[in-house]
Design a protein around this ligand. Structure first.
Ligand code: C2E
Ligand code: CA
Ligand code: CA
Length: 554
């Protein structure tokens, strides 16, 4: 309840009419009775007159008692009121602030923003709303515990507060999310950009908490109640400002974190599309709309088909056939990638069981899947359930997996290899893996990224990078696959490099399971089919002994 509301009991207590009336009446009576009693009392004391009227003396004494009572009651009342006012102020403060950082909280930030906006509008100023989100707070909490996390939040809020102008209001919206709102002269968004640059610098300074040093980065989203050209936009209320800053923040996260963006209307449609995709993907998983496509892998020297790489496609009702480059990253973020991948694997195992035993199946594994310590066990269990021989399976992991828990990755690779599964390093050359990592991790194969392979189309038919990777593969005794082979020129250039596998559009686009079946049926490469003349099928791959290094250059 507001202090100045007419029915606030504190105010009526302050104007306690009864106490006031009693005191006033007592004073009037004192004057009246005192006037009559005092002179005769004085005379009687001097021995020059008779004693005053007893009744009047009693009235006088009663009057004095009443005045003392009224005064004391008044004193008590004002004390009580002051106490209650203090308690109310404290309760209001608690309800409006975050107890950890003493910033405003989400609820009070809304009204603080509205107030500031009205004040700024009166003065002809614009306001900016800025949302700040820590990029790595979860890791800090997980690694060093929640009390360390709390200390980080307190320091962070201090660093932000230090840089803000006096009029700005800072809030902790929850978790590791902060926001501030501040007025600025219309047309001078550069003031905010400068401030944000200083914020990034201040926040990036290493932070010592309980004997550990943590380094923080943040992502920032900004919105304003004025258009980019400085003209006041259509009335933008606090809620809209918050929502827009939130979208800008989301955009900053998407763009790779540790950066800031101002809200732009295109972000709204982007987000709407993204939400549609998420809903679609969730439904797609439950309705099994994700299907495996297959890309041929060929031995470059014999020209013989040796296997297929499975590539996911989403057969969406609304969107048609969707590329994995769109839905895989979203499924990873949504935590659906394992489920999606396992659905695809089951289908791929079923498809590949119909192919000749000599044909291998390659499956892409997301770094997110590899974070699960039970990944290898889950995969083996699925293979057993589908009755698919591990010797025919190859998994492809990208270099980015190697930046994660390398010990865990090594253990997984080792355990899969012990069961006969082959492991290749995909997109090689794009992810900064070191020679050291290549030597220490037991890969079976390296796949040269198609961005390098396409360089072979140059008139010289040469690429220093491809040459270097091929030489390195030979040096490490690791077989190689060139991916993204688009035409005969590239193929010719690759042939001069010795034993390699190749895949790419030169052999055709990825095909559905049914198309692959037809292709294999035509060349007599379905399981159990007798070989047609002129379509040689390689001998079944030898089953490797568990734990033994595989022969090079398969
Ligand atoms: P990737 O593993 O590098 O797969 C090869 C990609 O290159 C495929 O794109 C393929 O269609 C394309 N490609 C093949 N030959 C050529 C060529 O000659 N020229 C060009 N320009 N491109 C060629 P796609 O199918 O769109 O897959 C994109 C990426 O999505 C894959 O890259 C892979 O990283 C990922 N991906 C696909 N399926 C899965 C999956 O089931 N799980 C996971 N985690 N990732 C997948
Ligand atoms: Ca791949
Ligand atoms: Ca690749």
């Amino acid at each position: 309840m507001q202090d100045n509301e007419p029915d606030n009991p504190l105010h009526s207590a302050e104007r306690d009419v009864v106490a006031l009336g009693i005191a006033a009446a007592a004073i009037l009576l004192l004057v009246a009775t005192g006037g009559a009693v005092m002179p005769s009392a004085v005379r009687s004391l001097l021995g020059t007159g008779s004693a005053p009227d007893k009744l009047l003396v009693s009235a006088l004494l009663l009057n004095i008692a009443l005045i003392i009572f009224g005064w004391r009651r008044y004193r008590e009342l004002t004390h009580e009121i002051a106490e209650r006012r203090r308690a109310e102020d404290h309760a209001r403060l608690l309800a409006a602030t975050d107890p950890l950082t003493h910033c405003l909280n989400r609820r009070s930030m809304m009204s603080a923003t509205e107030e500031l906006r009205a004040r700024a509008a009166q003065r002809g100023e614009a306001i900016a709303y800025c949302m700040i989100d820590l990029d790595n707070f979860k890791q800090i909490n997980d690694m060093y515990g929640h009390s360390c996390g709390d200390a980080v939040l307190v320091t962070l809020s201090g660093r932000i507060r230090e840089l803000l102008p006096r009029e700005a209001r800072l809030a902790r919206l929850g978790g590791d999310e902060f926001a501030f709102v501040m007025p600025y002269p219309v047309g001078h968004t550069d003031r905010l950009d400068d401030l944000v640059v200083r914020l990034f610098a201040s926040i990036a300074a290493p932070l010592e908490v309980r004997e550990v040093t943590v380094e923080l980065t943040v992502s920032i989203g900004l919105s304003t109640d004025h258009d980019a050209d400085g003209s006041p936009g259509p009335v933008v209320d606090a809620e809209t400002l918050m929502h827009r800053a939130d979208m800008a923040l989301y955009h900053a996260k998407k763009q790779g974190r540790n950066r800031h963006f101002w809200f732009d209307p295109s972000m709204e449609s982007e987000l709407r599309f993204r939400n549609q995709l998420e809903t679609g993907i969730r439904r797609g998983v439950s309705q099994q709309e994700f299907v495996p496509y297959y890309e041929q892998q060929v031995d470059i020297q014999t020209g013989e088909l040796v296997g297929f790489e499975m590539l996911a496609r989403w057969q969406s009702e609304q969107l048609g056939l969707v590329s994995p480059e769109i839905f895989i990253p979203i499924a990873e973020e949504m935590g659906l990638i394992t489920q999606l991948s396992e659905q695809l694997m089951d289908r791929a195992f079923a498809d590949a069981r119909e192919w000749a035993d000599s044909l291998t199946l390659s499956i892409n594994i997301s770094p997110v899947q590899l974070r699960d310590p039970w990944f290898a066990q889950r995969l083996l269990k699925r293979m057993v359930a589908s009755n698919f021989p591990p010797q025919r399976l190859e998994i492809e992991i990208t270099e980015s997996c190697l930046h994660e828990n390398i010990g865990l990755v090594r253990a997984m690779i080792t355990s899969l290899r012990n069961q006969g599964v082959q492991v290749s390093l995909d997109d090689f050359g794009t992810g900064y893996s070191s020679l050291e990592q290549l030597r220490n991790l037991p890969f079976d194969r390296i796949k040269i990224d198609r961005s390098f392979v396409s360089e072979l189309r140059e008139p010289s038919g040469q690429s220093r990078l491809v040459d270097a990777i091929v030489a390195m593969g030979r040096g490490l005794d690791l077989p190689l696959t060139a991916e993204g082979v688009e035409d005969e020129e590239i193929l010719t250039a690759l042939r001069s490099m010795g034993k390699l596998k190749a895949q790419g559009y030169v052999y055709g686009k990825p095909e559905s399971g049914e198309e692959v079946r037809r292709r294999l049926a035509a060349s007599g490469k379905l399981a159990g089919a007798s070989n047609l003349p002129g379509s040689p099928v390689a001998a079944p791959a030898p089953v490797p002994e568990p734990g033994l290094p595989r022969a090079a250059n398969s």
